[in-house]
Design a protein. Sequence first.
Length: 291
Amino acid sequence: MILSMTGFGKATAAIPNKKITVEIKSLNSKQLDMSARVPASFREKELELRNILAERIVRGKVELLIYTESVGIETTVSLNIPLMAAYKEQVEEMARQLGIAWPDDWYSVLLRFPETVKSDVPATMSDEEWQTLRQVTEQAIDQLMQFRQKEGQKLEAFFTERVNRISDLLGQVAPFEKERVAKIRARLEENLAKIDTVSFDKNRLEQELIFYIEKLDINEEKQRLSQHLSYFKETMANGFGQGKKLGFIAQEMGREINTLGSKSNNADMQRLVVRMKDELEQIKEQVLNVM
C-alpha cells in the first residue's frame, strides 16, 4: 500500500510540574525539508529529534512544534531592562549612521533580542524530561504515519479509478481506428481523382498508401500504454516509497497518449484522447503527494 506525504500527529505527556506536547505536520516535497520550533531548554536535543524524524518520515515538508506548560508551580519572568536599553541605543545609532527610520514598534524589536527576558525555569533539561520528550515524539510520529496510511488508501483508490478509466477509454479506440484508415484512404483517392491533368501509377499509389497508413498505425502505442497502466497498478501494490517511480510511469503514459492524439486523424478518437489526458493530469497532480 502506498503512503501519502500529508500527515499530522500530536501527543502529550505529563511529568512532575510540566506538560510536554509535540505536534508534527507534513506536506509533499521532493525530499525531506524540516523545520522545528523547540523551547530553549530542549534546544540541546534538537539535532537528535531531527534524526529521529528523518529516519521514520523520510520525505516531505515537515514541521516539528514542541511546547511545554508548567503545572502546579509558579514561575517568575522578568525583563532585562538594562540590556534592552543597551540594545535600543545601538539600534538608534545604527539608524543614524544608515539614514533609516527608527522602528515603529520598539517593544517587538527589543523583545526579539537574546536574553532580554529572564525566567527562573531551568535552561537545561533533565534525563526524565528527555526520555518523556523522546517518547512523546515517537507517539506523535506514530499518529502521523497512521494519518499517512489512511491518506494513502484514499490515493490508491483514486489512482485505481483513474487508471481504469484510461484503460476503458483505450478500449474504445478500436472501432474508430479501423474506420479512420478507410476514411483516410478514401479521402486521398478522392483528392487525386480531382486532378485530371496528372497521371499516376496505381501500383505505386497503393504502396505509398500502405506506407502512409503504417505511419499512422497506433498498435504499438496502445500496447505500451496498456503495459504502463498495468505497471502503475503493480507499483502501487509494492507499497512504501513508490512515489517517484509512479511519477515516472505517469510521464511515460503521457507520452503514449500524446502520440495517440498526434496520429489519430479522427475527431472521435481525438475526443477519447482528450479524456485520457484529463484523467492523467489528475493522476500527475496527486502523485506528488505519494511517498
